[in-house]
Ligand binder design. Structure first.
Ligand SMILES: Cc1ncc(COP(=O)(O)OP(=O)(O)O)c(N)n1
Ligand SMILES: Cc1nc(C(=O)O)sc1CCOP(=O)(O)O
Ligand SMILES: [Mg+2]
Length: 534
């Protein structure tokens, strides 16, 4: 059970709105066991810090030892550290954590939302702590205090992130709620080699307390549930959006009940203390827009200039370019795509087209450009007078040149592919994804289908990510909001039924067909077991 446990180290907020009290509520809401180490007892109401009493260094040590005598956690969330003495104890303890080391997140709470001081740390303590944490989650005010900069513009924000990295931060998740210069609330994740942004339209629940605590503890919950960091961040961002919406609705209902005047209905400027339980994020509109890198070619914001002059950037959807062409013409009786064989040369088409296969992919990984071009030309000619939709993997220029039905691209291919040219040529576009962050990145493109992989271990290629499993596949299908979906990776006769039951539109296979003793009947067996027509 050690993987499903998070330790929360921070101040005990008597009101339950923030600190370790809020952390434990958040973890419970997400089905993770939270343990607590108190750095101080803060007598707090929902709007004021009355007084606070720091825990002694020896008591802090004893609390740690008590927890360490039982199960170690999968993640440790640190909030307000009262003073340098406490920082010293924590650094010593973090240094001697047994392996596998828990993921350590520091939410550097310095003041309460009402302005009371919770933490006074020297620059030496900050540096020492940074050496032991995997991720720091400052808001822009905290980023300013930690770096000595006045973070009031995008330029200074970027400088501050660089400054914090050079102080020793391994990775930063800088929250954008306080970044008033941004149209949207954009959280930025940055490490030595990665920059990912997570954007949401600004909402009315600005005065909800404890949002930083909730975000960092939700992140730890998703980490111990074994999500990759980009997915855990996407989920934590979506969780917060859900909580804010629910908190605002609850506060509004309470306010309406109390006072029936029209004026009291707007509670955007009031303090909201209660954050209702909302559970695992599942509502697609709660998920952020995700961009990889500052110049993500998939980012539509850069492509459409009117967004920049509009006051709020929930305009992303309004500015989105036309979707890529649909896989079926409107009114077509069929909605699923069936079994989707992915093959390495055009000769496979001759073998598989007689099955009546609906969609097929040519995935040629070796050979000269001339040889690949000849393969694509042959495949296009073979499918021209059939109902089979031919997708070309990787080679989008050749696919356009030879008039294929569509192109399949991976996440990295998007950096070099010319999406405008593909769209202009009228080709369909399928894109690979491997989790929440990539799906949220790709959805705004409105591709013809979104591939979801890899579902089970595969021997066909080395995957940098972990298998997703069918439970997550079901969540991803729902998140794709009607865009056709294709499951891929390790799918065969023994598991194809469970995959089909997630509602995925198509199931792509390599070895289940290409290494079958009889590929022709393997296709039929898979289609039958999945419950697809043909
Ligand atoms: C249907 C489908 N899904 C995913 C992939 C993988 O594409 P990509 O990420 O571009 O990796 P390679 O196939 O190029 O190795 C796919 N080909 N088809
Ligand atoms: C080509 C490919 N792409 C994947 C992804 O997840 O993006 S998994 C995969 C290999 C699929 O082969 P098999 O059906 O033999 O497991
Ligand atoms: Mg590819």
């Amino acid at each position: 059970m050690t993987q499903q446990r998070v330790w929360c180290i921070g101040g005990l907020d008597t009101s339950g709105g923030a600190g370790i009290t809020r952390d434990l509520i958040t973890l419970a809401d997400l089905g993770v066991h939270g343990c607590a180490i108190s750095t101080q007892v803060a007598a707090q109401t929902s709007s004021a810090l009355l007084c606070t009493q720091p825990t002694s260094a020896s008591n802090l040590n004893e609390q740690w030892q008590a927890l360490a005598s039982e199960d170690m956690p999968g993640a440790i969330k640190i909030g307000a550290i009262a003073n340098d003495e406490q920082a010293l104890v924590l650094c010593a303890r973090l240094q001697t954590l047994p392996k596998p080391k828990p993921f350590v997140v520091w939410d550097p709470v310095l003041t309460t939302s009402s302005g009371g001081t919770l933490s006074v740390l020297s620059s030496n303590s900050i540096r020492a702590l940074l050496a032991h944490v995997d991720l720091i989650t400052p808001n822009t005010d905290e980023l300013g205090v930690l770096t000595g900069l006045t973070v009031d513009s995008e330029e200074v924000f970027s400088l501050a992130l660089e400054a914090l990295l050079s102080l020793g931060a391994k990775a930063i998740f800088a929250k954008g709620g306080h970044a008033k210069w941004q149209h949207e609330a954009t959280d930025t994740y940055i490490s030595a080699d990665t920059r990912i942004t997570f954007s949401q339209p600004r909402d009315l629940a600005g005065a909800l307390r404890g949002t930083g605590c909730m975000l960092a503890s939700a992140l730890c919950a998703f980490w111990v549930k074994d999500y990759a960091i980009a997915d855990a961040l996407t989920l934590a961002n979506a969780y917060l959006k859900q909580v804010r919406a629910a908190a605002f609705a609850t506060a509004l209902a309470a306010s309406n009940k109390k006072q029936h005047s029209a004026q009291s209905r707007h509670c955007g400027s009031r303090k909201i203390a209660m954050a209702p339980a909302v559970g695992f994020p599942s509502v697609p509109s709660d998920f952020p827009s995700v961009c990889f890198g500052e110049n993500d070619p998939v980012s539509l914001r850069k492509a459409v200039s009117p967004c920049d002059v509009l006051p709020r950037c929930d305009v992303l959807s309004r500015c989105a370019p036309a979707p890529f062409p649909a896989l079926y013409a409107p009114g077509h009786p069929r909605s699923d795509l069936g079994i989707y064989p992915v093959v390495e040369d055009a000769a496979w088409l001759t073998k598989l087209l007689p099955t009546g296969v609906n969609i097929i992919q040519l995935r040629v990984k070796t050979g000269t450009k001339e040889a690949i071009s000849a393969q694509i030309q042959k495949a296009v000619a073979l499918t021209k007078h059939s109902d089979c939709k031919l997708f070309i993997n990787d080679h989008w220029q050749l696919a356009i040149e030879h008039g294929a039905y569509g192109v399949h691209l991976g996440q990295e291919d998007l950096a070099t592919a010319n999406l405008t040219a593909i769209r202009k040529a009228g080709l369909r576009l399928g894109v690979s994804t491997h989790g929440y962050a990539e799906i949220q990145r790709i959805k705004r493109l409105r591709p013809s289908y979104i591939a979801l992989g890899h579902i089970f271990p595969t021997t066909t290629k080395t995957m940098p990510s972990k298998p997703q499993g069918v439970e997550r596949l079901g969540e991803y299908v729902a998140l794709c909001e009607g865009i056709p979906t294709v499951a891929i990776g390790g799918i065969n006769l023994s598991n194809v039924k469970a995959v089909a039951q997630t509602g995925v539109s198509s199931i792509a296979v390599v070895t289940a067909i290409t290494q079958a003793a009889n590929p022709f009947s393997a296709y039929y067996d898979l289609a039958k077991e999945a419950g697809f027509a043909n």
